[in-house]
Design a protein around this ligand. Structure first.
Ligand code: HEM
Length: 260
């Protein structure tokens, strides 16, 4: 009965409102923070190709457990993809609550955004739009990485970009994720008052500068990385499908020995 009353009035019999929306907000922020920080680490891993093919190869092998296991296991990568996907889906579901769902809500939001000319309100729009794009592109990328975890490496990744013509997909994904991620992390700092000094306005201006610096840095790094994979894929086009062999055969094994 009390559930029924709360369902109709939005308040319990004691006149209290549910804490659930605040708790969901908290989980949305926590999952967003996890994904934002994960993306920074992920971009550094992917960009190891800029150092050398051998280095990228070693990092992939290491993430597949080469230091602990006799043979590297791509299933470890698939498992990591499952964990990230769970957080990704939870974050997307929670974020959906905030999207305007009918024309009237959109109209009202657009009018407010236009009238207020408030930069952070406009940033919210970019975040919602890029989030919508990520629903599709991010899910497709995760599904691909889960199913093809054995096809990650200097040649396999580069062949995917060039021969399988996936580079336009990655370009869109990169743009969406970099804008979405840095705006998201900025908004988290503002929302929860992180790094807020004596002067909140001054902090916000500094955070905004930092947000732009982070966007430019990761977008730049991502574009150069993408170009590197496309170049390798182009050079490797006649042998697409062939796997990379390390140029020097020194290998740190699971038993701590160095194998030549
Ligand atoms: C554990 C989960 C993940 C794994 C193992 C993974 C792995 C990879 C790999 C190996 C590449 C290189 C291209 C390729 O081989 O196809 C790549 C590129 C990329 N990934 Fe992921 N990824 C993961 C999660 C994500 C998520 C959640 C996003 C964003 C929603 C994302 C966005 C991107 C972008 C934008 C690129 C292109 C980077 C560039 O070219 O500069 N990844 N990822």
């Amino acid at each position: 009965m009390s559930d029924l009353i709360e369902g109709f009035l939005g308040k319990s019999v004691e006149g209290k409102k549910s804490k659930l929306p605040a708790q969901l907000d908290y989980i949305q922020s926590a999952t967003g923070l996890f994904l934002g920080l994960f993306m920074w680490v992920h971009m550094f891993f992917v960009s190891t190709i800029l150092i050398s093919k051998d280095f990228m190869y070693d990092v992939v092998q290491m993430l597949e457990g080469s230091m602990f296991l006799k043979e590297p296991q791509p299933a470890i990568t698939s498992f990591a993809v499952l964990v990230v996907s769970a957080v990704f889906i939870a974050h997307g579901l929670l974020a959906m609550r905030k999207l305007p769902i009918n024309f009237r809500q959109w109209q009202s939001y657009r009018t407010h955004m236009g009238m207020m000319n408030h930069k952070d309100t406009s940033l919210w729009f970019i975040q919602a739009a890029t989030g919508f794009v990520l629903f599709f592109l991010g899910s497709a990328h995760l599904a691909m990485m889960f199913a093809k975890s054995h096809e990650i490496g200097p040649y396999a990744s580069a062949d995917r970009m060039y021969t399988d013509i996936m580079w336009p997909f990655y370009l869109l994904l990169l743009l969406a994720v970099e804008f979405h991620g840095s705006i998201g992390l900025y908004r988290l700092c503002v929302k929860w008052g992180w790094f807020e000094g004596a002067n909140a306005k001054e902090t916000r201006a500094k955070l905004k500068k930092l947000k732009w610096a982070i966007t430019v840095f990761f977008l730049g790094l991502g574009l150069v990385t993408l170009a590197a994979y496309v170049k390798i894929g182009y050079e490797h086009r006649d042998n697409a499908g062939e796997r990379y062999e390390r140029t020097s055969h020194l290998e740190l094994r699971h038993d701590g020995k160095v194998k030549a």
